[in-house]
Design a binder for this molecule. Sequence first.
Ligand SMILES: [Zn+2]
Length: 173
Amino acid sequence: MSYYIAAPMSRNDISAITNIIRDACGLTKEKYFRVVDVLELFLPSFDSDFVMEIADVHAMREEGMAYPENHVIVLRQDVYEGAIKGNSRDRFTVAHEIGHYILHTPNRIQRTGLARSKERLKAYLDPEWQANTFAGELLAPLQVISGLTIEEISRECGVSKKTAEIQLRIKNR
Ligand SMILES: [Zn+2]
C-alpha cells in the first residue's frame, strides 16, 4: 500500500534519467553496472551535500532508505556488502534507493489522502513502481540486454531472473 504519490513518470521518462547516469559514468553499454559506484562516485559529484550512511544490521529493519530532503541514503551493512559482492537482490535494492533519491525530491512527492484506500495507486504515480522501474532500467537497460536470454541477462547484468524477464518483456513489447 502506497502512502505517497509521486509526480507522474513513465518508464521512458525514467529510462531517460538512468541513461544520463550511465552516460555520465561512462558506462552506457556496460553489461555489469557497478551500482555502488553511483553512491561513491556519481552522486557525490552531482550533489556535493550527498552522504551515504551504513547502518548496523541490528539497527535497521529496512534494507535501505533514501532521504533526498536531507541528501542521505542509508543502507544496511549486509545490503551494502552484498551489492559490492554482486548479490542481485542487494544490487537491486541499492539501485531502488538511488531511484528514490533522484526521483523523489520534496517537490516531486506528497502524502496522499488515499493512504488506506483499497484502490491501488496508478503505477506511474506510485513512488515504489517508479523506484523499481528506475532500478531495472539502470541495471539492465534495453541497449545492454539486446540479443540476450533471461539467463544471460541475469548472469551478465547481475540482476534476478525476474528483473531480467521484466526488462526483456518491455523490450519486446
Ligand atoms: Zn522504495
